[in-house]
Design a protein around this ligand. Structure first.
Ligand code: NAD
Ligand code: TYD
Length: 354
């Protein structure tokens, strides 16, 4: 079996659903999640009663309890998603990012390293620890800079990316020093079903459906490289299967788009799927004060994973965003439940003074 951390979040829940839904899948999966504001077990309602699935509510900072769980469950691999993941929250409250992303990854590494050391030689040889990280550790690109490669220098600019960079360094050191079979992936911006509507794409979809303003930071020219979440999950499965310990793999969609173009694409789709009698959704675009230290451009060079592991994205931006918009339209009650109490406070904190 395999053990996942952060499986109740956006990418983790997509990974679990895809894993258990794969034809002929007989390998079980344990999901360890602390259930922060971003963890939502409703995402996993469809697998809750699956005999191959088990949920354990646990903080990755609890090293001894994680070690106990590893000894009891005996996974052949760990895929580590758990993190604080939202840049704006990291700007307003960096402490949780240091705690979960740095201290939590450290605790998890210690527990996993201890467990790995107790395995018999064949199990030790095949064990894998996949650390799911971000392209934001490489900093910000100018308009003509080449996309990020695995060898690009780390230049994190936000408390979020700095905390993820620190966790990547710990993982690297555990491999280099102790021979711990860890692999790090650095992926670009994901979008798709179950993404919490604090991130750009689901926020814009939810606000557009509700006829609310669509907040675009600064002048909207910042560029991101977008990848459909199912493609990220497929890339992680190929890394788990054939990635080489000690290596890092960049994962990206090769879809560079300015934020305003992403927002306009979503508006056009909603104009088709759910026309608003008041007029085109684009009328709701509202330019607001920029994010402090806002990275200008991210772009991924994914040639290493394409060449070594034969992974390339299956979805284009057009097909992925259409699937995503349809999913949000069909799951409005999910959105409404997510948009309850605590989330309202976040909207007031982040957008109130902008
Ligand atoms: P998310 O915020 O949606 O989910 C994070 C999950 O981790 C939640 O279920 C939360 O409850 C859990 N968690 C947080 N702190 C925990 C702790 N101390 N112990 C146990 N569980 C805890 O995040 P996501 O967007 O699904 O991202 C998953 C991973 O992928 C993160 O490591 C993130 O840095 C990375 N990543 C995300 C993107 C993206 O575009 N979303 C892109 C590249 C990499
Ligand atoms: P986000 O989804 O927060 O991801 P990240 O900051 O990790 O790239 O933001 C994506 C881009 O969209 C980023 O350049 C910031 C911008 N953005 C807005 O313009 N308005 C918003 O309300 C949000 C949340 C993001």
């Amino acid at each position: 079996m395999i053990l996942i951390t952060g499986g109740a979040g956006f990418i983790g829940s997509n990974f679990i659903i895809d894993w258990l839904g794969a034809p002929g899948q007989d390998e079980a999966l344990v999901n360890v999640d602390r259930l922060t504001y971003a963890g939502n077990l409703e995402n996993l309602a469809g697998v809750e009663h699956d005999s191959r699935y088990r949920f354990v509510r646990l903080d990755i900072c609890e090293r001894d309890r994680i070690l106990e769980l590893l000894r009891a469950q005996r996974p052949r691999a760990i895929v580590h998603f758990a993190a604080e993941s939202h840049v704006d929250r990291s700007i307003l409250g960096p402490g949780e990012f240091v705690r979960t992303n740095i201290e939590g990854t450290f605790s998890l590494l210690q527990a996993a390293h201890g467990y790995w050391g107790e395995l018999d030689a064949p199990s030790r040889a095949t064990f894998r620890f996949v650390h799911v990280s971000t392209d934001e550790v490489y900093g910000s690109l100018g308009p003509t800079d080449a996309p990020f490669r695995e060898a690009s220098a780390y230049q994190p600019n936000s408390p979020y990316s700095a905390s993820k960079a620190a966790s990547d360094h710990l993982v690297r050191a555990w491999h280099h020093t102790y021979g711990f079979p860890a692999i790090t992936t650095n992926c670009s911006n994901n979008y798709g079903p179950y993404q919490f509507p604090e991130k750009l794409i689901p926020l814009v979809i939810a606000n557009a459906i509700a006829g609310k303003p669509l907040p675009v930071y600064g002048d909207g020219t910042n560029v991101r490289d977008w990848l459909y979440v199912g493609d990220h999950c497929a890339a992680l499965r190929s890394v788990l299967r054939s990635g080489r310990p000690g290596q890092t793999y960049n994962i990206g969609g090769g879809v560079e788009m300015a934020n305003i173009d992403v927002v306009r694409a979503v508006c056009r789709l909603l104009d088709e799927l759910r026309p608003d009698p008041a007029g085109p959704h684009e009328r709701l675009v509202s330019y607001v004060t920029d994010r402090p230290g806002h990275d200008w451009r991210y772009a991924i060079d994914a040639r290493k994973i394409a060449g070594e592991l034969r992974w390339t994205p299956a979805e284009s931006f057009a097909s992925g965003i259409a699937r995503t918009a349809r999913w949000y339209l069909e799951h409005q009650s999910w959105v409404e439940r997510v948009l309850s109490g605590a989330y309202k406070d976040w909207i007031a904190t982040n957008y109130g003074g902008r």
